[in-house]
Design a binder for this molecule. Sequence first.
Ligand code: UDP
Ligand code: MG
Length: 305
Amino acid sequence: MLSVIVPCFNEEEAVKLFYPELRKHLRKFVSRYEIIFIDDGSKDKTVEECLKLKKEDKNIKIISFSRNFGKEAAILAGLRESIGDYVVIMDADLQDPPALLEEMYNYVESGEYDCAGTYRVTRKGEPPIRSFFARMFYKLINKMIDVEIVDGARDYRLMSRNMVNAILSLPEYNRFSKGIFSWVGFKTKYIEYENVERVAGETKWSFWKLFAYAIDGIVDFTIAPLRIATVSGLIVSLFGFIYMLYIVIKALTIGDPVAGYPSMIAIICLLGGIQLIVIGIVGEYLGKTYMESKARPKYIIKEIK
Ligand code: UDP
Ligand code: MG
């Protein structure tokens, strides 16, 4: 049995187009399936549209959150609710082509792989500045963390039950799925495809949301920035010490006519800046620890239909 998890946030237009397309492809290779729509606090008619689909297809399940908790929470809810031997996560906007499903399924079903993931080789239709920052992000995060995150990797992936159980065994509150999928390991086959633009509605990601997402990804998966803070502190202190020796020796030998106001201000500003950045980095981790320590549920389910 195959479980299809579909996080939806204001996708009334998209789900109507998504379901027939998915169904068409599913029919080719599985007989038993379930489709779990997770309504992530949509304000439009997403739930009504899903309910209409459910009338035709009893294999549909709809989980409604009490408000918008974000895609990561929706993915988690879907994974917990799924009962299939294989589980696939897909966007509702048809940016994850259902045509790839059969190939992905075959890789995992044959037992050769535990997971079939996808990544986009092009970023057609995306603002160039966003693509540029996205590329930079993948380069940076892969230098910093132990596990690899493929450039352009999507959340669109099909997994075995074993892998899903491994993912569910991670209890953290701050969930960066792209990292978690790699962190749990297992043999993954990556399939590439050309970017597809969404069929209806609009993207939920602004530039700043993506920026925050990138910072979260790094902070959730490595403490390297804390080490950068320590190392830059050490380097600055070393220079400070050498400069201090220089000043003292100069004062003792040539005397010290009071001057050097510009250099003093420059140093104060530079050090002040470095200190604030370092406090900020420490703050990021402290904030994460604070959120984890509250151990709040990651989402609240309003109803399951
Ligand atoms: N999504 C969600 N909750 C959110 C934001 C997005 O469940 O808070 C869903 C959305 O409905 C879609 C998928 O996550 O099915 C991907 O979102 P989107 O297409 O906006 O992202 P993009 O494809 O632009 O990265
Ligand atoms: Mg999309």
